[in-house]
Ligand binder design. Structure first.
Ligand SMILES: Cc1ncc(COP(=O)(O)O)c(C=O)c1O
Ligand SMILES: [Zn+2]
Length: 418
């Protein structure tokens, strides 16, 4: 059974090649699978026996000539969030925790895993990306392991932690004076001028399929059941669109019973082109110039924006955006209740959940999964204010006591006097 690339708009088909745009109508090309054949081939039991990484669903990922990659990406925990659920009054709340994804602590490890497997198949020795940070970390890490030359372009003002967590690998990291959208245009030009596999440009049809594994894992970890609601952070709009595809596919191939999943999108108010599209119901997305501390979601002209909005609306979901202040507060809430230190996208997701609950858009009782997609160590500066007034003491019990509670220190003194 050979997989092909197909244009969802006009039906144009082609064999696998490093290209993302339909030559007939300029819409995106997408990997197509033979679902009826997979229905008889794929079973829950077979999948359960496979290694615990994202490639356990390889039949629903682009076929790789070189074999399934060795780097064990994915199979991150699905956590029953009882404490956060109590605060939000959501008794059936779960967190999909890609803040601990291997190897670079975000869901972008998944998309890179597929893109690089295909890059090797296509014979690219040079790979690259435009990135808002997490993709840079993921590509630098896996390209190092595979011995590929990686060229990584990031906005000049990216968080220092994300720069360091990229530069530590064997890579060529270049800061660009411009936004993500400027860099994306430069990367597109690179694919015309040089022999390079840009993971989110000419390898995008394969790259984006990797996001589906978040959805497959959620379904398997819920005991082969679709959730009722998911809340998903959005930048380019690929993750949320592919979650929609994943939930559709597991039904198509007979792994779960059909059930409608309402899909909710989350953005920062300073860069919310997709949420705005959902709220206004407009036909066309209006690009914005990002102005937010949430750099990982700062894509002003999202490649899959229209598709993301359609995925949300067709599912019966909604989208919202939240302020930077609420994002930081939600990062702390998540850490204090569930012990998960998430990067800004996680704060946006939790804060948007609160907002959607207040609006009555989310059902409090329903099985709800929040996608936590990146690690807080990458954006630690935002919560550094919590270290401003930390006590510093002499290594003595009296000093400790005084610092904990000066009143009790007097009591401790009187005890020692007796
Ligand atoms: C941590 C994090 N979450 C979510 C997203 C959104 O993913 P997408 O661009 O597929 O919408 C990104 C994108 O960079 C990200 O870094
Ligand atoms: Zn087409």
């Amino acid at each position: 059974m050979t997989q092909i690339l197909r244009c969802r708009s006009c039906g144009y088909k082609t064999e696998f090649k490093p290209d993302t745009v339909c030559p007939e109508c300029f819409n995106p090309l997408e990997v197509e699978y033979d679902y009826p054949a997979l229905r008889s081939q794929l079973s829950r039991d077979d999948i359960a026996r496979r290694p615990t990484n994202m490639w356990r669903y390889h039949e629903l990922l682009p076929a790789v000539e070189g074999g399934v990659p060795e780097i064990a990406v994915g199979w991150t925990p699905l956590i029953r969030a009882r404490r956060l659920g109590r605060v939000l009054d959501m008794p059936n709340l779960y967190l999909k925790n890609d803040a601990v994804n291997f190897p670079s602590l975000s869901f972008k490890d998944r998309v890179v895993s597929v893109a690089l497997a295909k890059a090797v198949d296509f014979g690219f020795e040079q790979v690259g990306c435009a990135s808002t940070g997490n993709l840079a970390n993921a590509l630098a890490a896996q390209a190092s392991v595979l011995g590929l030359t990686s060229i990584i372009l990031v906005p000049e003002d990216l968080e220092q932690q994300k720069i360091v967590a990229t530069a530590c690998y064997k890579t060529h990291l270049i800061k660009v004076r411009g936004t993500y959208d400027d860099i994306n245009r430069l990367c597109t030009e690179l694919t015309y001028r040089e022999r390079i596999g840009i993971v989110n440009v000419n390898l995008r049809p394969y790259y984006s399929e990797g996001s589906k594994t978040v959805g497959f894992e959620i379904v398997e970890q819920l005991g082969w059941q679709l959730p009722d609601q998911v809340v998903v952070p959005m930048a380019g709009g690929s993750l949320i669109s592919k979650l929609g595809k994943a939930f559709h596919e597991v039904v198509q191939v007979g792994l779960v019973d059909d059930r409608s999943v309402r899909i909710f999108g989350a953005q920062a108010t300073g860069c919310a082109p997709i949420a705005t599209l959902v709220k206004t119901g407009a036909e066309e997305l209006v690009p914005v110039k990002p102005d937010t501390v949430v750099k990982s979601l700062s894509i002003g002209a999202p490649a899959d924006g229209l598709r993301a909005a359609r995925t949300i609306v067709e599912s019966g979901g909604w989208a919202e955006d939240v302020s930077d202040e609420d994002t930081v507060r939600a990062i702390v809430l998540l850490a204090e209740t569930e012990g998960i230190f998430a990067e800004t996208a996680g704060g946006v997701t939790v804060a948007v959940t609160e907002k959607l609950l207040a609006q009555g858009k989310l059902d409090r009782e329903a099985v709800t999964v929040l996608c936590i997609t990146g690690n807080g160590l990458k954006t630690a500066d935002l919560v550094a204010y919590r270290t401003d007034e930390l006590p510093v003491i002499e290594p003595k019990y009296s000093a400790y006591r005084e610092c904990r509670d000066p009143k009790m220190q007097m009591e401790a003194n009187s005890v020692s006097a007796i």
